[in-house]
Design a protein around this ligand. Structure first.
Ligand code: NAD
Length: 495
């Protein structure tokens, strides 16, 4: 692209998203990439390029590691109270700027403004929660069983962290890592997805205003994430990789990290079952399904990917879901009345189309939606399918779009069997009025998180993460999130 090397321009006169600093954010300064190349940012509702950000090189990545290393000692020695106050200020600034941040998210990601506002609120909470956690990191003190010495366990910051985030929650996936890392006393390099860099840079400007010292948070965007990540992991000063993204890329990165025995946290893909029993409250189940399926137009790792409904309630549920899905207003995320925005890329739309055609080819019935509209932009209509075969590709792959596939079941055992018939294990949803059954099924479903009569479970105060191929480690929660950025040091003391 032929643009000034350090320009972040946003070709949207109507929106108040100007005035952000721009460039790679390294050592507290904005800079172009060392070879001057830029990445175009596309508005998914039109398909046109609306902004450009620098495309970092290997030299830029290593400069970011240098900056994080230079800032590390002072930051880990900064009093927890002071770190806490800085994080609290990040929270306050995010809240003050929430409308502008929401617009940026909506612009580059495409999600409906109401979803973007929800994301900013959720993302900001990671700063508030970790500000509160930063001053509650304790150690252990005990006597060795032999009685010969005391055992002191101290929790120390793990060191320099590389953080890699996806495009579907450009703010929250970044703050869910940055806030606990900073609370723990680590310095970081964030590599956000190149589809949604504007939010990450807008947040970087906010950190420095909040008092985060230069070099503590560095942000770089690149079209060569593989080589740059490998180079950073090969630097012995880097001790942590925290990744959120697809299982495929996660596997590759675990291999890279293994070469240097770097600690990893992996928040990977999902394939959430949404199970509705005959005795469920129908309206509550439909409300929950709409949230679990349609938050971010289905582009969420926790999205209900397979909906299993017991025979007695099946027809009423399918009818209700069709009615609600068909009524959703589809449009550009920035339009005030939009409820379902575009997908992130044309490729994402094509994948959804392939999955729907495969399911229909195996006998699924289209209750609404089901084909790509002709308008510009990366849109796919809210779609409900019934009689979806358990063999359909969409029962095994993330749809990541506004498609709700319904499969009928008869018994509790069958529901559990369907739910666990996946390599993933991130989230699951259960609707029943029988609490004993709800808890029993929750314990039998292999997932890190369960929504029992709830369509939304994300909460900074609770541990977020998956089992099986959905990842390793947890984010948020009491101690869980911070613990991923700490190392236990044992000191044997005789006195
Ligand atoms: P992705 O794996 O394609 O990309 C994620 C990030 O990794 C991006 O920043 C990308 O640039 C980077 N990346 C890609 N290849 C890389 C490589 N070889 N080395 C280093 N970095 C590389 O995922 P995506 O399409 O951006 O996001 C969607 C996926 O993320 C879905 O699978 C979704 O379920 C998952 N996700 C999981 C969670 C969770 O908490 N478990 C949350 C959000 C999204």
């Amino acid at each position: 692209m032929n643009l000034p090397p350090n320009a972040l321009w946003i070709d949207q006169d109507d929106y108040d998203v100007r005035g952000f600093s721009h460039g790679l954010y390294i050592d507290g300064r904005w800079r172009p990439s060392s070879d001057g190349r830029v990445i175009g940012v596309v508005d998914p509702s039109s398909g046109s390029v609306i902004a450009a950000v620098p495309d970092a090189t290997l030299d830029d990545a290593l400069a970011a590691v240098d900056a994080a290393a230079k800032a590390a000692t002072a930051w880990r020695e900064t009093a927890p109270r002071k770190r806490s106050e800085i994080l609290r200020r990040c929270f306050e600034l995010m809240v003050e700027r929430s409308e502008t941040l929401a617009m940026l998210i909506s612009l580059e990601n495409g999600k409906a403004l109401r979803d973007a506002r929800g994301e900013v609120a959720y993302a900001a909470e990671f700063f508030r929660w970790n500000a509160e956690e930063a001053v509650r990191i304790t150690g252990e003190f005990g006597t060795a069983p032999s009685g010969t010495n005391r055992i002191v366990v101290d929790y120390e910051p793990i060191g320099i962290c590389v953080l890699i985030t996806p495009w579907n929650f450009p703010a929250a996936m970044a703050t869910r890592k940055i806030a606990p890392a900073l609370a723990a006393g680590c310095t970081v390099i964030l590599k956000p997805a190149s589809e949604t860099p504007l939010t990450a840079y807008a947040l970087a400007a906010l950190y420095s205003e909040a008092g985060v010292p230069a070099g503590v948070v560095n942000v770089l965007t690149t079209t060569s994430p593989g080589p740059l990540t490998s180079a950073m992991l090969a630097d012995p000063r880097v001790r942590k990789l925290s990744f959120t993204g697809s299982t495929g890329v996660g596997r590759t990165l675990l291999g890279e990290a293994a070469k240097h025995v770097v600690s990893c946290s992996m928040e990977l893909g999902g394939n959430a079952p949404f199970v509705v029993f005959d005795d469920a409250d129908l309206d509550a189940a439909l409300d929950g399904a709409m949230i679990a399926k349609m938050r971010n137009a289905g582009e969420a790792c926790t999205a209900a990917n397979r909906i299993y409904v017991q025979s007695g309630i099946h027809d009423a549920f399918a009818d209700g879901l069709r009615e609600r899905m068909a009524a959703l207003k589809v449009g550009p995320g920035m339009s005030a009345d939009t409820e379902c925005g575009p997908m992130i890329t044309r490729k994402a739309v094509d994948k959804i189309d392939r999955l729907v055609k495969d399911a229909v080819g195996r006998g699924a019935k289209v209750l609404c939606g089901g084909s790509i509209p002709e308008e510009e932009g990366f849109f796919y209509p809210p779609t409900v399918l019934s009689q979806v075969s358990p063999d359909a590709d969409m029962a095994h792959e993330e749809i990541f779009g506004p498609v709700a596939p319904i499969t009928r079941f008869e018994t509790e055992a069958e529901a559990v069997m369907h739910a666990n018939n996946t390599e993933y294990g991130l989230a699951a949803y259960i609707y029943t009025r029988d609490v004993a059954r709800g808890l029993r099924v929750a314990s039998r479903i292999e997932a890190g998180m369960i929504g029992l009569n709830r369509g939304l479970m994300s909460d900074p105060a609770a541990p977020f993460g998956g089992v099986k191929q959905s990842g390793l480690g947890r984010e948020g929660g009491q101690h869980h999130g911070i613990a991923e950025f700490m190392e236990a040091k044992y000191i044997a003391v005789t006195f």
